[in-house]
Design a protein around this ligand. Structure first.
Ligand code: SF4
Length: 473
């Protein structure tokens, strides 16, 4: 990888300043890491730094790493190595930066001793300090006054029409396969007023879809005992229901969508469903269930593992028939019997999970699950993943086919030539990057055009794998 993404917008000061210092930036990992990258780039942009699209053209490179599974660790270490070989001046941040190596020291430093600085995740100030130390910030009074593209929401790395909104950092659970709490710490909820101000700034800046993310969205506010905050002069509790309801209210005049990710099936989620049924937020829930069998869930130490998920999902669908459920699962967890695995296959059939992803269990260094007896051979874990995906795809395809003939609202993601030859978009049932898309055919009416970031009504005329095909009307 020699291309580096994420240009900071051009700075127009009206004055000829000395060439501003240039930073290369690579952001790896999940949407939570992406929001950390956005915070760092926002600060650097406000201080007058520019970005370089290549390692060679940068004065210094920042690599935001992922340390979740072994493949991600390898990718992060390779990227650091490449940046060091090409540029030589590298600052490392992100989850991998918090990991210990075999020698007991910092893993990144053990593997790449010449990096300039290493920080853990969610460490904007430490990264900025390291940049200042190694690449002093430009002194340009005009540049210091440059507005940020989304006001208080800062700079975003997603397309202009959708944005991730991180509501908390860290996690209070200790799932046995996960090392995130050891890297990101316990749950810390952001003040509710800050989140709502950021949401408003994003809508004002043109965002049409807000994706609420965290490690555990349903736990929002637990750490501060759901204390009451303020927004727009009114009290709002630091609690998922109040946050989601207010986000829906703020989104409404902009005609924007609010989508919820990483929601665990606690009874409190039942209160959110009526907001979905009434159209306040999208009837879409990303619920990372990981398994269905109670014994496996206990071995995984999953949150809400005692809940009766089939009944809960049935009740949600009764209240909101349009509800779409996305989930992720692990096949071949240590000790998983054939009978437990069959339970999982039965569950996704019966629960009719609309979108399911599945990982074959892969041991993560430092995870407690490594000590659970009954590790299955890799070939068996992979075989179960493949069997799972075959069933999940059949369920998903059946659910998708029910859409044919319906007219749906589609958010346009791509529309070359004003969409006269068609484009690509998504319905409420599709989150960007992880779900399907809608292939838009040329509009029926010759006068109709499509624009990225705008909604269009479209008649669904067919399905293609995970995707829909539709005609804009
Ligand atoms: S809920 Fe479990 S899997 Fe998710 S971040 Fe917390 S410990 Fe990890």
């Amino acid at each position: 990888m020699s291309e580096v993404a994420f240009p900071i917008p051009e700075v127009v000061s009206g004055q000829t300043a000395a060439e501003p210092p240039k930073v290369g930036f690579v952001s790896l990992g999940c949407p939570k890491a992406l929001t950390d990258s956005e915070l760092i780039l926002t600060r650097l942009s406000a201080e007058g730094y520019r970005t370089s699209k290549t390692f060679e053209g940068a004065d210094l490179v920042i690599v935001n790493t992922c340390g979740f599974i072994d493949d991600a660790v390898r990718e992060s270490l390779d990227t650091i190595g490449e940046a060091l070989a090409t540029n030589g001046r590298v600052i490392v941040t992100g989850c991998l930066g918090a990991k210990a190596g075999d020698g007991g020291g910092n893993l990144v430093r053990e593997m790449h001793p010449s990096v300039l600085a290493v920080t853990g995740p969610h460490a904007t100030q430490e990264v900025i300090d390291a940049v200042h130390l190694n690449l002093p910030k430009p002194h340009d009074p005009f540049v210091d006054l440059v507005p940020q593209s989304f006001g208080v929401a800062g700079l975003k790395l997603t397309p202009r029409h959708y944005a991730y909104l991180k509501i908390s950092e860290g996690c209070n659970h200790r799932c046995t396969f996960c090392i995130i709490p050891s890297m990101r710490g316990d749950l810390v909820s952001r003040p509710v007023g800050d989140i709502l101000s950021e949401a408003k700034a994003l809508f004002e800046g043109g965002v049409k879809e807000l994706l609420v993310i965290s490690q555990d969205t349903s736990a929002y506010g637990v750490d501060v005992k759901y204390r009451t905050g303020f927004w727009d002069g009114k009290p709002v509790k630091t609690r998922m229901l109040d946050l989601v309801r207010t986000l829906g209210d703020i989104a409404e005049p902009y005609g924007a969508w609010v989508r919820l990710h990483y929601v665990y099936p606690y009874p409190s989620v039942d209160e959110i469903i009526p907001l979905m049924a009434s159209g306040r937020v999208l009837p879409y829930l990303d619920v990372p269930l990981q398994h269905s069998h109670p014994d496996v869930l206990r071995r995984m130490k999953r949150p809400a593992s005692g809940e009766k998920n089939l009944e809960r999902i049935a009740r949600w669908r009764e209240l909101c028939p349009e509800l779409v459920i996305r989930s992720t699962f692990i096949a071949g967890f240590p000790g998983e019997t054939e009978q437990e695995f069959d339970h999982l296959l039965g569950f996704i059939r019966e629960a009719e999970i609309d979108r399911a992803g599945c990982f074959a269990y892969s041991p993560v260094k430092g995870a407690a699950a490594n000590d659970i007896p009954g590790m299955l051979p890799e070939a068996e874990r992979e075989a179960r993943r493949a069997r799972f995906m075959a069933v999940a795809e059949e369920v998903s395809a059946n659910r998708l086919r029910r859409r044919v003939g319906a007219t749906m609202q589609v958010l346009v993601d791509s529309a070359p030539g004003l969409g006269r030859k068609g484009g690509v978009g998504r319905t409420y049932a599709d989150a960007p990057e992880i779900d399907g898309t809608v292939r838009l055919l040329p509009p029926e009416k010759i006068s109709k055009t499509l624009k990225v970031g705008e909604f269009t009504r479209a008649r669904i005329v067919g399905t293609e794998g995970h995707d829909l095909v539709a005609i804009p009307i």
